[in-house]
Design a binder for this molecule. Sequence first.
Ligand SMILES: O=C(O)c1ccccc1N[C@@H]1O[C@H](COP(=O)(O)O)[C@@H](O)[C@H]1O
Length: 465
Amino acid sequence: MILDEIVEKRKINIAKQKQIKSLAMLKQEAEALPQNRDFPLEKALMKQDINFICEVKKASPSKGIIAQDFPYLTIAKEYELAGASAISVLTEPDYFLGEDKYLQEIAQNVSIPVLCKDFIIDEYQIYKAKILGASAILLICAILDDETLRRFFTLAEKLGLSCLVEAHDENEIKRALKVQARIIGVNNRNLKDFTVDVENSLKLRSLVPENVIFVSESGIKTKEDIEKLRVHQVQAVLIGETFMRAKDKVLALKELYGKKISPKVKFCGMKTREDIAIINRYTPDYVGFIFAESKRQVSMQTASDLAKILDEKIKKVGVFVNASLAQIEEIAQKVSLDIIQLHGDEDNEFIKALKNKLDLPIWQAIKVKDIVDIERAKQSIADMILFDAYVKDSAGGTGKSFNWDLLKDFTGEFILAGGINKQNIIRAIRTTKPYIVDISSGIEKDNHKDENEVKTISELLRKVG
Ligand SMILES: O=C(O)c1ccccc1N[C@@H]1O[C@H](COP(=O)(O)O)[C@@H](O)[C@H]1O
């Protein structure tokens, strides 16, 4: 049986590795690393209505070479842009042609969790995964007895690694639950004969309790497959071949995700004629001018000059932090603002007074630290709430994001801001479903608006919309 063959080869390979670096040395190295217990994979797989773990693999025993040309880092980065929640990287060398360096380089270059996908039969591999920068490892019930499964699970936990515990049938699910796995992957591929059946996940779904993340693995190819899994409250899918063979990963993931999300876009913090020239080429729905103290602050005169060369389809938002009514009124008139964004401590009384003076929509920024802030937003009389990250002693434009999960129960239209960039924009909009997405730092390089960033974000949004 192929699984036995892989395991045998793994034993030989690991024995060789131990001759080069002993288990004791590897252990010491791994234990010296930070062992934080954030478990980012668990968090990542709870965010979107269905979360994608996209796999980087060159070959497989059932399909042979999948990717002749294998730019593994580019592939991983594309997965991240496409909205993947995590990346799985094959490190098994003999049958999947995996390499440790794939895992190491990918983990260094993406900001989403990376799973070490291997046939783990020796604790040596767990320490290795930690050193290579993995956030999680795969533990396959079919190749581990109960005692070993528990021992490996405990060791991984101690090192701060999440475990995706893989099961194929009812008995293996029971074994995974016995070790208190927080993530169970149901493999739709029968490792004995390679047959694949997505129905396997649906058949076994009810055996995994709600508080355990259910991942459906293998053979997922169509949006109909995803929809079936979504209906059965499967939180995540692990997909390799389908994505590896797709030329455009963003389009492939969008196709499988199956739902369009097209928020309006605001690019904020325009300061120069060059910025406006870039913006005019990509025509977002809104641009923002910052009139508050900031590295992006513009004078009324500059904003007025820039407004004159701005494509007239784009609406102009003036961003103020605790400015007076008179200041806002004067700037709004001079710059012909379309919207006022209040980004300070302005209260309902102030908003009311402003509404009496100006016939313009008012957006109020709420800086989110915890759920209390979301409740506070519900009391605002502003026309729209803009959620941004709370950063002590800073008014905004920090490039920091907040915990989007806090928005789960916020009903009504809102603007999502705070640290949105090309790497997280698709995940952000699929997680929170905002009416408008607002980006400032995320379209800058070396403190200047950067055309490539604007272009990438605009194209990503066009592709998924
Ligand atoms: O951008 C600024 O410098 C700024 C200064 C003061 C208040 C608000 C500011 N910008 C707003 O901040 C958010 C998020 O920006 P980022 O993407 O995290 O950099 C956005 O709404 C901007 O309008």
